[in-house]
Design a protein around this ligand. Structure first.
Ligand code: NAP
Length: 350
């Protein structure tokens, strides 16, 4: 009988990343730029928005729920205030730890409410060059609401320079039990919403003749298939393909389009459905070739690189940040376990 592997002493896995708070790019790389992140009030979207904020970007967060928008304003606004002080580019407006972060948000009725006001990027008042955070209620399935987000962003900050299509919907369900409505909803949010946001961004950029960058957050089951997630996997495959198409169509207009795929990056905002599924099917670290799961700042660093001036010749590419987990294969496959068994469901009863 072979000895059990002693993971503590014999294997080292991939090194841990630097802690949250470090940036991958020079200070101020995105100072004066505006970055719109869909679903930026939770989980990985908020982590991506945080890294752009640290590098000086004005952030626009678009999603549906008030509590998520409030979380974005609070958390990103407080990072923005620290960045301003740390960069030493701000005068009296945000100096001092007790000041309200320079934030503003739209209310349900689409009015602009503001904390300590900042001017739009590019024409901010002297002495107040801290990044701003704007949260806008928007369902990305609705093209009118999508246009409203861009209008609000432009009114506040000027042109949106970077669009991060991060919002998505997902939950595990065996395909035979998936309702037509569940299929349509996930595909509508994940694939159609990504297209509508991208289309609006491109139309404005093409008309204005200014370059821009789109990052589409995907998933590795776009390549492998996603048993238990047929709706989401199909939508993410569509996003990967669309990324390649749009990069070619819009390259001549100065628009880069790239994909960004996270590996397993647990966070406290994951739905209870997905958290429960993870607990059942993963023994976390030892199931990954890296011998660890991803940390969300690692995704944020990759996003800031892809949208940065240092990646101007990268377009139509999908960057996977998962420690090679999606390529993992064994010499002999383990026994097949159906999705129903993985989810502890009984026999299918039509
Ligand atoms: P999450 O916390 O569930 O976030 C989803 C976000 O999308 C929420 O902020 C939600 O905000 C927003 N959203 C959902 N429907 C929307 C709609 N119709 N209009 C506007 N916004 C909408 O997900 P996550 O785990 O951070 O994942 C972020 C991205 O990474 C997703 O694209 C996901 O597929 C991908 N991903 C994640 C992992 C992982 O390990 N976490 C792995 C692979 C891929 P509201 O509810 O306020 O609308």
């Amino acid at each position: 009988m072979s000895e059990p592997v002693d993971f503590e002493t014999r294997l080292i896995g991939l090194p841990a990343p630097p802690p949250v708070g470090r940036s991958a790019l020079p200070v101020g790389t995105f100072m004066g730029a505006t970055v719109l992140v869909t679903g930026g009030g939770t989980g990985l979207g908020k982590a991506i928005a945080a890294e752009f904020t640290r590098l000086g970007a004005n952030i626009v967060v678009a999603s549906r729920k008030r509590e998520h928008l409030d979380a974005a304003v609070a958390d990103l606004g407080s990072i923005a205030a620290q960045v301003s002080v740390a960069n030493g580019v701000v005068g009296e407006a945000v100096a001092g730890p007790a000041r309200t972060p320079p934030i503003a948000r739209l209310s349900d009725r689409g009015e602009v409410g503001s904390g300590t006001p900042t001017g739009p990027a590019g024409n901010q008042s002297p002495g107040n060059r801290s990044p701003g955070v704007l949260a806008v209620e928007c369902d990305i399935r609705d093209s009118d609401q999508v246009a409203t987000v861009f209008d609000a962003a432009e009114q506040r900050f000027g042109t949106v320079d970077v669009l991060v299509n991060n919002a998505a919907a997902n939950f595990p369900v065996p395909a035979e039990e998936m309702s037509p409505n569940a299929w349509r909803t996930v595909v509508d949010i994940t694939l159609n919403g990504t297209f509508l946001m991208s289309r609006e961004f491109a139309r404005r950029h093409i008309a204005a003749r200014v370059p821009g960058s789109i990052i589409n957050v995907g998933a590795s089951y776009a390549w492998t298939g996603g048993p238990g997630f047929a709706h989401s996997a199909a939508a993410k495959a569509g996003i990967k393909n669309m990324t390649e198409t749009l990069a070619v169509e819009w390259g001549p207009y100065g628009i880069q389009v790239n994909g960004l795929v996270p590996g397993l990056m647990p966070h406290e905002d994951m739905t209870s459905d997905i958290q429960t599924n993870l607990q059942r099917t993963h023994d976390k670290d030892i199931c990954q070739p890296a011998l660890r799961v991803g940390q969300r700042q690692e995704l944020g660093w990759a996003a800031t690189f892809l949208a940065s001036p240092y990646a101007r010749f990268i377009s139509g590419h999908t960057l996977v940040v998962d420690g090679a987990n999606w390529q993992r294969r064994t010499l002999t496959n383990p026994p097949v376990v159906t999705v129903r068994e993985q989810m502890n469901l009984g026999p299918f009863a039509p």
